[in-house]
Write a protein that binds this ligand. Structure first.
Ligand SMILES: [Zn+2]
Length: 79
């Protein structure tokens, strides 16, 4: 009756609040897990036989820039 009108909005309101809290905390934990697990060591060697420049990069993913040899601008190979 009259009470239903009052109780219902309360329930939905508090439920929404809990859902939001869960949503807020969950992706954060996953992000941290991913960040830790995704950091890799990349051993790069220049594909130019005359250059053979080597470098090691520690990061999640290599960017296109990371794959370019700083010395001869050729593409570097990942070991
Ligand atoms: Zn090179």
């Amino acid at each position: 009756m009259g009470l239903d009108k009052w109780i219902k909005p309360e329930e939905t309101k508090s439920k929404k609040k809990i859902d939001k809290q869960e949503n807020d905390s969950k992706p954060k934990d996953e992000q941290i897990d991913k960040q830790i697990s995704k950091i890799r060591k990349f051993d790069l060697t220049c594909s130019n036989a005359k250059c053979k420049y080597k470098k090691t990069i520690m990061k999640k993913t290599l960017s296109e820039k990371d794959k370019v040899c700083p010395r001869c601008k050729m593409e570097m190979k990942i070991k």
